[in-house]
Structure formats: C-alpha cells, structure tokens
Design a protein around this ligand. Structure first.
Ligand SMILES: [Zn+2]
Length: 333
C-alpha cells in the first residue's frame, strides 16, 4: 500500500470534471423526402438534448471515413457504386434511402464518428457515436437504412493499428442489442476468430433470413424485462467463457422498447436502463474499453426514444467514472 502521488491526485481531480468525448455526423447532411420512414429528426433531437443536459459530454463533429478505411470491410466495387450513385436499383431499394450526395456524406461521416469513438475509447475507456450501428450492411451490399457497416470498419481499423506495434491478437467483441439481428456484422466476421459477434434480437423480426453470429439469442414477441435481462446475463457469461476480448463495441438500440413501432418486444424504460448497466458493468469488471453506438429506435413517440438513449449516456458516464477511479486506485497501490 502506498499513497497516490500528487500527479495522480491532480489527474484524478481533473478527471472528475473531465469530458467524455462523443462524436456525431452532421444531421443536416442528408435530406429525406417528406414522410420518409427513417427518423432523421431523432439525431438532431438527441444532439440538442446531450448538448443542453449533459455538461460532461463533449460533442465533436466527425470526419468522413476515407475510401481506404471503408475498404477494410467493403468491396471496392460497392464503395465505388455508393460514391458515384450507380448502385443497382435493387440494392438502393434494400438500403431504403434515395441516393444523394448527402446520403454518401452522412454514411461516411457516421462511419468516421464510430472510428473516432473507437480510438478515443481505446485510450480513455469509453466513447460513443451519436448515431451509427449500421449493422445490416454487408461487405458488398447495404440494407435496412445501412450503407456502410461502421462498427465492422472501426473493428478492422483498430486491429490494423494495433498490429503496427504488436503481433499479439486484438480481439473485439460486438455486443449487438438492437432488436434486429446484426446480420451484416455476423456475415462479415463469420470466419474471423478475432471478432465475436453476439446478437440478442426478436426471432420474428427483420431480417427475415438471418445469418449465424458467434452467438445468437432469439427472443419471442412480447419479451419483457425479466426474461430479457436473464437472457442477456447468460449470453454475456457464455461469450466470456468462449472469447477473451481486448475491446468492446456496444450497439445500444432503443428499439426493444415496448413503445417502438418496429420492435415487437416489450421492454420498459427501466429495463433498458438495466440492460445498459449490465453491459457497462460486464466491460468494466474486465477493464475493457468500450465504444457504443445508437443503432435503431423508432418510437411512436420520438421523445421516448431519445430518452432511452439519453439514459444510455448517463449510465455510460457513471460507469466511466467508476472505471477511472478503479484505474487510479490500481495505479496508486
Ligand atoms: Zn433495429
């Protein structure tokens, strides 16, 4: 036992008022036709609320992902088709957005925000993208409002950057708790033993042809808090027994909520908060850096969807403070 140094004490005090950096893609980038189903307004609402109500979050506008970064996951021909607006009609329809330069810019900036959040989390323990979680995008095809798979791109980039200085594996766990299966991520990393894909999703929900994640937990329509939280605890335990991650991506979808238009599950707001806390606790107990992304949320009342995601930010900040205090007490001893 030794007393912490002055430098450690000063740094601890600094961290108490330190900001968690959150990255966002400009919401003004992409304009959708009037009445379009995608809830673009949610992102502006969330950004406004975070900036007004969470003084400890530092919002930073992201840079677009480069063609080279995207090519770590996506095929050059698909990237070229997206950039130039020459996607086959069926693929454009599967994505669900009309093509525009704004669609391309937003997709690139959202992937860029997840990349920046991942790098930030690696050094500071936690960070987030105010959007992202576009997990239906495959290497050569988008779908379900997803153009590029931001988490897959950031995963590969972290691994490449790690291998510049180390030959040791860099294992990444993708904990996907959006109510829809992370089919694109599952397919991209199907043969990759350094990435573990875990997906808890509605059995009867989109996508109707599912892929094989490393661990899939299919939930019946109407699943409520207790059953969901029990399934999550078992899934995290099962993953831990099979895989030792160095980093975690968490897709904190708001769409398992009972008031979601597309969710089909029946979690309460408290249940979703407990879900977030369970994931943050699991990562913190193992000292794992974690980047989280918003993924889906299509509430009948968009204020409720934003509130669920605000709760995720609050839980993340509480967890981050504990993570930092553990780190400092460890350094001081
Ligand atoms: Zn979803």
């Amino acid at each position: 036992m030794s007393f912490p140094s002055w430098a450690t004490l000063v740094k601890s005090l600094f961290l108490l008022v330190y900001f968690v950096k959150i990255f966002f893609a400009g919401t003004q980038l992409q304009t959708l036709p009037l009445g379009h189903r995608f809830p673009m307004s949610k992102y502006e609402l969330l950004k406004t609320r975070v900036s007004q109500e969470m003084a400890f979050m530092d919002l930073i506008e992201s840079k677009p992902a480069t063609e080279g970064e995207l090519a770590l996951v996506h095929s050059p021909s698909y990237i070229d088709q997206v950039f130039s607006g020459t996607l086959p009609e069926a693929v454009q329809k599967a994505i669900g957005f009309p093509w525009s330069l704004g669609m391309v810019d937003r997709a690139r900036c959202s992937a860029g925000a997840t990349i920046q959040a991942a790098r930030q989390a690696l050094h500071e323990g936690i960070s987030a993208n105010l959007a992202g979680g576009t997990h239906h995008a495959y290497a050569d095809q988008g779908g379900g409002f997803c153009v590029f798979n931001d988490v897959a791109v950031a995963t590969r980039l972290l691994q490449v950057e790690h291998h510049r200085s180390s030959a040791e594996p860099f294992n990444v766990a993708i904990v996907d708790l959006d109510v829809h299966q992370g089919n694109g991520s599952a397919r991209i990393f199907r043969e990759d033993e350094t990435v573990f894909t875990l997906s808890l999703h509605g059995a009867k929900n989109f996508p109707f042809e599912k892929e094989c994640s490393d661990l899939d937990v299919e939930l019946p329509d109407g699943t409520q808090d207790e059953a969901y939280l029990s399934a999550l605890a078992q899934a995290l335990q099962a993953m831990s027994s099979r895989f030792k991650p160095n980093f975690v991506f968490y897709l904190a979808g708001a769409d398992p909520y009972k008031g979601d238009r597309l969710g089909r599950l029946s979690l309460s707001m408290d249940g979703l908060r407990s879900r977030d806390e369970a994931v943050f606790l699991w990562a913190r107990e193992q000292g794992l850096p974690l980047a989280f992304v918003m993924a889906g949320g299509y509430g009948h009342d968009m204020q409720e969807t934003a509130q669920i995601q605000m709760n995720t930010f609050a839980s993340a900040y509480a967890s981050w403070l504990l993570w930092q205090s553990q780190r400092f007490s460890h350094e001081a001893n």
